[in-house]
Ligand binder design. Structure first.
Ligand SMILES: O=C(O)CCC(=O)C(=O)O
Ligand SMILES: [Fe+2]
Length: 278
């Protein structure tokens, strides 16, 4: 199955894996999403043009460890991510373990049509990827309620997307329990949600260890969440590749688990630049 899915992502830029999660797992995730959305709505500031109109729960992993568990659990997801994103020169972490990082994490419900875009920041031609996204639909996604849309093969175009491409995008219908994975270069967006109901989906971006994260997870992650992570999961949150402040603090940015610290606060305060002595 892994090989077929990898080939599908290479060719079309995305794949859908059915029945990855049970009904109970999805129900718990949806209940938590609704709970945290209501509790935190309106608190996000400095929103970007893309995030202004729709319903977002930012950083679900700062709120409940369960959101991370959902993404850590499926072996198939990490086999695919290892194939595309692991850095073979990251020697401090065993090669059979992930050295890629969580780059962005949110729950999103459609409202107006989400403009066509790419999430790889630049389009480019290569067999090497540096960013992929995984989506867990918590509610059925249909053409009426603002499903994900994409243009198969557009990840290989080497071009930014024009809004006129929307007419060529195909709806990617999905059900709660499915797992969607896409190459972030793919031209994609969503349809308009014409219903009065939500269409929640959890979306995580995974990137090579050197890509800047959307938020500073090593600074922002609550200690109670940090404590529940394995060493490798800490690496996936970015704790093995925090840039040192200066060369006297350290130089090697590809670090092993032996450099992990017991508390999030142990990574702060960081030395100030004036602490340099020659
Ligand atoms: O909500 C979706 O299904 C896709 C959202 C998306 O493309 C994004 O947040 O970058
Ligand atoms: Fe996107």
């Amino acid at each position: 199955m892994k090989e077929e899915l990898i080939e599908k992502i290479k060719k079309d830029g995305y794949c859908r894996i059915p029945n990855v999660y049970t009904e109970a797992e999805i129900k718990k995730a949806l209940d938590l999403t609704n709970y945290w959305y209501e509790k935190t709505k309106g608190t996000a500031t400095n929103l970007s043009a893309l995030t202004r109109d729709d319903l977002y729960l930012f950083n679900p992993h700062y709120k409940d460890f369960y959101f991370l568990e959902l993404f850590f659990k499926p072996a198939i997801l990490h086999e695919i991510l290892m194939y595309f994103l692991n850095d073979q020169w990251f020697r401090a972490i065993p090669q059979d373990q992930p050295n890629y990082i969580l780059q962005n994490f949110m729950a999103r419900s459609s409202d107006k049509r989400l403009a066509m875009h790419i999430d790889s920041f630049i389009p480019y031609h290569s067999k090497y990827l540096f960013i992929l996204q995984a989506g867990i639909p918590l509610q059925e996604q249909t053409e009426e309620n603002g499903c994900f849309v994409a243009i198969p093969g557009s990840h290989l175009s080497g071009e930014f997307v024009e809004q006129s491409a929307y007419k060529d995008a195909i709806p990617i219908l999905s059900k709660p329990g499915d797992l969607l994975i896409w190459d972030s270069r793919i031209w994609h967006g969503t349809m308009e949600n014409k219903t009065q109901k939500t269409r929640w989906s959890l979306i995580a971006a995974f990137a090579r260890w050197w890509v800047k994260q959307m938020f500073d997870y090593p600074m922002g992650l609550p200690q109670e969440i940090y404590e529940q992570l394995t060493d490798n999961q800490k690496a996936m949150l970015g704790f093995c590749s925090i840039p040192y402040v200066n060369e006297q603090e350290g130089v090697d940015k590809k670090r092993g688990y032996d450099k992990l610290l017991p508390h999030v606060d142990d990574y702060k305060p960081r030395p100030k630049a004036e602490a340099l002595s020659f």
